[in-house]
Design a protein around this ligand. Structure first.
Ligand SMILES: Nc1ncnc2c1ncn2[C@@H]1O[C@H](COP(=O)(O)OP(=O)(O)OP(=O)(O)O)[C@@H](O)[C@H]1O
Length: 253
């Protein structure tokens, strides 16, 4: 296994409140192909951690390396290139462009990356839409799709440049439980294809489908639970959920 993300003594405070750390000396290694979730109470630093691991926020203290590359040494331009070519992002609130149909929304990052021919990009987008079960919606605009369908569009868009790491911040947070389950199945499938995934979630049902669960409190990772890989339809989900709930109780959550 190769380490793909490494945070060392990572700390962050907002504004002048140096004593109130949003991240407090985080040390973390994530291996290629892992599926990691981050849980913890509101304000514990989950989103801040995700933003630092994904190069979205400037590193104030400590270090983050992606594939051995120290993010703080990269210029804004190089960082933007890294995000565009190697990282994918899915958020709770889906930021799609209103004036583009769903297909064009998916294509946009590929046009920006200019890596493949137009034909290749179109084929790839169609393949992703097929895989995520939304191929019939290509010409629809964003007002003609459900929240779950739009989240699948956002996942296709995040994957169009074949990122090596996919970051999700509460990607199922605004969805009903059936749609959330469907999105988690898609994440599982993507992870089976070796994309490393890191996602923040409040939902233990979501975390139960991930391989390793980190628990944050006051800017620190205070505990972690290794659940192992989940395979769709394996029938072990109930046991995983129970094991996770029990563990969360023992750490007082
Ligand atoms: N832009 C900001 N300016 C000032 N303080 C911030 C900012 N972003 C986060 N914080 C503070 O940093 C701490 C961690 O916030 P963060 O959003 O990372 O927590 P979280 O665990 O993701 O919370 P939630 O589950 O509610 O989304 C909190 O105390 C928060 O108030």
């Amino acid at each position: 296994m190769k380490t793909i993300i490494e945070a060392t003594n990572l700390s962050k405070h907002y504004g002048m409140k140096e004593r109130q750390l949003a991240l407090n000396t985080i040390n973390l290694k994530i291996e290629t192909g892992e599926f990691v979730s981050v849980m913890g109470p509101s304000g514990s630093g989950k989103t801040t951690l995700l933003h630092h691991l994904s190069g979205m926020e400037k590193i104030m203290k400590g270090s983050v390396k992606i594939n051995g590359k120290e993010l703080s040494t990269l210029s804004e331009k190089r960082l933007a290139e890294l995000r565009l070519h190697q990282l994918g992002f899915v958020f709770q609130h889906i930021h799609l462009l209103k004036n583009l149909n769903l297909f064009d929304n998916i294509l946009l990052p590929a046009y920006l990356a200019k890596k493949e021919s137009k034909k290749q990009i179109h084929l790839q987008a169609l393949e992703l839409m097929e895989k995520t079960g939304i191929s019939k919606l290509a010409n629809h605009n964003i007002t003609e799709a459900s929240g779950g369908q739009l989240q699948r569009v956002a996942i296709c868009r995040a994957l169009i440049n074949s990122p090596t790491i996919l970051f999700g911040d509460e990607p199922t947070g605004a969805l009903n439980s059936a749609a959330a389950e469907n999105i988690m199945d898609i994440f599982t499938m993507i992870n089976e294809e070796d994309t490393t995934i890191v996602l923040v979630t409040h939902d233990s049902k979501v975390a139960a489908k991930t391989e390793r669960v980190l628990f944050m409190l006051d800017g620190k990772i205070v505990a972690e639970k290794y659940l192992g890989k989940y395979s769709r339809g394996s029938g072990h989900l109930k046991e995983r959920e129970e094991a996770l709930t029990k563990w969360l109780k023992t750490i007082g959550f």
